[in-house]
Design a protein around this ligand. Structure first.
Ligand code: UTP
Length: 294
């Protein structure tokens, strides 16, 4: 049986929701307390059994490559200072099987994924977006791989969202539910208006795709927002081979939005051994202050 070994992380978007911070720096490097968001994604891939990861980058994304490289001067400095815990921490991200390719123009997510064609070859693979950080007992990427192992077909992670928010997402028209929150899908629609949305099951940032997607992406015309949309290519793929949807029931942090980013920062901080106690105190004080202001 074919094993899913490869992941593609598109990280070439412009990050306009985080301007001015992202004018000169990659939004994927914004830290949740002390860890860049993209590191959470790489860790999910590894925890799911992925062996090789391709990061699609673009302008202003140099720091992503540096983060996953060694930093000999810093290592030497920490060694001399006897800061071995920090030394271990920075070395964790230096020896992974990571590859990089550039997307020359930000023409859309579908176009970013197309840059992975040579890396992926003729294997099934996963696409993981850095805007969504997922928490569940079994990592979401592993859940998609488990569905693939049973069906040998593409499957896309979806989650219920408030109906008025459908225009922010790719939305599925489910046909019928099979076991374990796995759906047959009739159609995939990118960013439909709420009154036109066929459901409130939204595509979230994890996709398991068969390599036939590349031939479709090569011929894909721009769609919503005049961008080459991955959702449109998936809808075409679904016409020639089965593409399932897998419902995610865990916790999703939309760290591509300011409020989702704050939410995850607070939750992660509350679990962080160095700051959890102080942060709890801070939040309590803040709560009292806000109550008094009301
Ligand atoms: P978004 O449109 O949400 O991300 O794309 P963005 O452009 O970075 O951010 P905003 O909306 O302007 O704040 C979803 C994902 O697809 C990648 C992005 O990096 C993000 O992970 N992407 C998007 C590309 O890699 N290339 C593109 O041309 C477009």
């Amino acid at each position: 049986m074919v094993k899913v070994r490869k992941a593609v992380i598109p990280a070439a978007g412009l990050g306009t929701r985080f301007l001015p911070a992202t004018k000169a720096m990659a939004k994927e490097m914004l830290p949740i307390v002390d860890k860049p968001t993209i590191q959470f994604i790489v860790e999910e891939a590894i925890a799911s059994g992925i062996e090789d990861i391709l990061i699609v980058t673009g302008k202003s994304k140099r720091s992503i490559e540096d983060h996953f490289d060694s930093n000999i001067e810093l290592e030497e400095h920490l060694r001399q200072q006897g800061k071995n815990d920090l030394l271990d921490l920075i070395k964790q991200t230096a020896n992974l099987n990571l590859y990089f390719v550039r997307q020359p123009y930000p023409k859309g997510l579908g176009h970013a994924v197309l840059q992975a064609k040579a890396f992926v070859g003729n294997e099934p693979f996963v696409v993981m977006l850095g805007d969504d950080i997922m928490e569940d007992e079994v990592p979401l990427t592993k859940q998609l791989i488990d569905v693939y192992d049973q069906t040998h077909a593409s499957n896309i992670a979806v989650m219920e969202v408030p109906h008025e928010e459908t225009s922010k997402y790719g939305i599925i028209a489910p046909e019928r539910q099979l076991d374990d929150g796995v759906y047959n899908v009739e159609r995939f629609v990118e960013k439909p208006k709420p009154e036109e949305a066929p459901s409130n099951l939204a595509i979230i940032g994890r996709y398991l795709l068969t390599p036939e997607i590349f031939t479709i992406l090569e011929n894909q015309q721009p769609g919503a927002g005049n961008e080459i949309q991955l959702t449109d290519a998936i809808d075409t793929l679904n016409k020639t081979q089965r593409v399932f949807a897998k419902r995610f029931d865990g916790k999703r942090y939309d760290v591509g939005s300011k409020i989702g980013f704050m939410e995850m920062s607070i939750e992660y901080g509350l679990k962080h051994p160095q700051i959890s106690q102080d942060l709890k105190e801070l939040i309590k004080d803040l709560g009292h202050r806000l109550e008094n202001e009301e």
